[in-house]
Design a protein. Structure first.
Ligand SMILES: Cc1cc2nc3c(=O)[nH]c(=O)nc-3n(C[C@H](O)[C@H](O)[C@H](O)COP(=O)(O)OP(=O)(O)OC[C@H]3O[C@@H](n4cnc5c(N)ncnc54)[C@H](O)[C@@H]3O)c2cc1C
Length: 471
């Protein structure tokens, strides 16, 4: 088997050496050409087409240890796939031994201690499904098909962030297979430096096999959904967003977006493809209060669609899934914002009008609240001055359209980045964003991250990520 060594050299791994790995695994080992190999290397962003040397679909921690040890023994490059949702395709590396964790999707909930232990191959929906049985929820993201591992290791935000902070602020422990193939616990009591690094520093320190989340009482019913108006109403709707979100209690999270109307059943057929402005809301507190809080949205102007209603929390978590199908081509540009300024709203309208694809959007996520109350040193995710996320989200079907769509996203971002805190979200960085963007994302934490890296992965075994070099 042709493979890549950790130092970038092409190497040959003999068949009987590979057979040795196979014998040590409980899960399957897929060579190139196998259907399982193709399935594993196909990720959410259709722009990414990389070919690992082989794929080990791990069944549990013992398989992960076997792979890490094998990679070390043979100086092989490793890559790790959680949910495969990273837009830069960090789950995939050419020539690497790929660990696909998609068989590790168990969730165990302790309803009395309000903690869930989730295996690292879980998608958000796996965790929501089990925790909602007890009327509890972890702080996760907006699209239920995203992997928990990449999301949590990069920080993570969603509908509960305003109440409880970044996803990584709500983690109490992780199980990690280190570069030397040991299983260790990372928490505030054990290996605290590793625990600190894992909450924002990504997959730099080991393979995380399980994550323990603090749970919060949420649902089962919340008030949530979306209301849309024609784009001609955008100046007024975005002003409503600006003022409402500024005074919204932490239970209410508001998202504004502009895009061509998708062919969704809740929108009349004659508006499909036409530009719209929409407000997405989720009130995770009591539904009666939620209804009052969203009343100004539901009664505003003349909406063309309104599905902002009482609904199960788990359904709310999946509301955007259909807009983000696997295999389309995606390119994003993002910034954290301290506030929404009227001048920014103008720019959002201007750049939404230039969208080149029926699937692209300009989105403003509200996140300010609990995360702002911790200090930057709490964990590397930092960015404690952020209140919103601007996401210029390009999404289209054909390779021939790459140029036009990427150009649109870059232009819009260039024109709006002056509104930024100066920080950006590590998990939203695209393939072409380099060290200066990692600096913008992880800011003050980088020097300390390099020290943690030197202690836990001095040879940089875990390098197929937003890589931090050992100090
Ligand atoms: C449609 C969509 C919606 C999104 N919405 C949100 C959102 O609402 N909130 C938010 O915060 N983010 C969101 N994201 C971003 C998301 O957090 C990242 O894409 C994240 O990387 C997804 O995690 P994953 O496990 O699927 O990543 P993967 O692509 O599988 O992996 C990403 C990186 O994490 C590393 N990694 C994965 N698993 C492990 C592990 N077990 N141990 C060590 N390293 C590991 C990989 O090596 C790789 O470097 C969204 C992304 C998409 C595509």
């Amino acid at each position: 088997m042709r493979a890549k060594a950790i130092d970038g050299r092409e190497i040959d791994v003999k068949e009987d050496t590979l057979a040795g790995l196979k014998a040590r695994l409980s899960g399957p080992l897929f060579p190139p050409g196998d259907a399982g190999y193709e399935e594993s290397r196909t990720i959410w962003n259709g722009m990414i087409d990389r070919k690992p040397a082989a794929v080990a679909r791990c069944r549990g921690i013992a398989d992960v240890i076997a792979c890490v040890q094998f990679a070390r023994e043979n100086a092989l490059l490793l890559c790790i796939k959680g949910g495969g949702h990273n837009i830069a395709g960090l789950a995939l590396a050419d020539g690497a031994l790929m660990l696909d964790l998609s068989l590790m999707r168990g969730v165990w909930v302790d309803p009395h201690g309000k903690v869930a232990h989730a295996q690292a191959g879980c998608l958000l929906s796996d965790v929501d499904r089990e925790t909602q049985v007890h009327g509890l929820a972890a702080v996760l993201g907006f699209v239920s098909l995203t992997g928990i591992a990449g999301l949590t290791l990069g920080g993570g935000f969603g509908y509960l962030t305003r109440r409880f902070g970044w996803t990584s602020d709500n983690v109490v422990g992780m199980d990690v297979v280190t570069a030397d193939g040991r299983l260790v616990r990372a928490s505030s009591d054990e290996n605290a430096d590793l625990f600190w690094g894992l909450r924002g520093g990504g997959g730099n320190f080991g393979v995380v096999t399980g994550i323990d989340y603090v749970l919060h009482p949420v649902g089962p019913q919340v008030v949530g959904g979306i209301v849309a108006w024609p784009a001609s109403e955008a100046p007024k709707v975005l002003e409503l967003y600006r003022t409402l979100s500024e005074k919204a209690p932490p239970e209410l999270t508001l998202v504004a977006l502009m895009r061509p109307a998708p062919p969704a059943p809740w929108l009349p057929k004659d508006v499909h493809g036409k530009p719209i402005v929409a407000l997405l809301a989720c009130c995770s507190g009591r539904p009666e209060e939620g209804e009052q809080l969203v009343a100004p949205i539901k009664s505003f102007g003349h909406p063309i669609g309104d599905v902002l209603v009482r609904r199960p929390y788990a359904q709310m978590q999946a509301l955007l899934d259909a807009t983000q199908p696997k295999g389309r081509r995606y390119y994003w540009k993002s910034e954290y914002l301290p506030r929404i300024e009227p001048a920014l709203c103008q720019k959002v309208i201007e750049h939404a009008a230039k969208i080149r694809s029926p699937h692209s959007a300009v989105i403003l996520f509200q996140i300010g609240g609990a995360l702002n109350r911790l200090d930057d040193g709490h964990s590397p995710v930092g960015n404690r001055d952020a209140s919103y996320v601007l996401n210029v989200a390009g999404s289209w079907e054909k390779m021939d359209d790459d140029g036009a769509n990427i150009e649109w996203a870059r232009e819009a971002w260039n024109d709006m980045k002056s509104f930024s805190t100066g920080g950006t979200y590590i998990n939203f960085l695209t393939e072409d964003e380099g060290p200066e963007r990692i600096e913008a994302a992880l800011g003050h934490g980088l020097a300390r991250l390099a020290e943690v890296k030197a202690r836990w992965d001095p040879q940089n075994v875990f390098c197929t990520n937003r890589n931090i070099k050992p100090a």
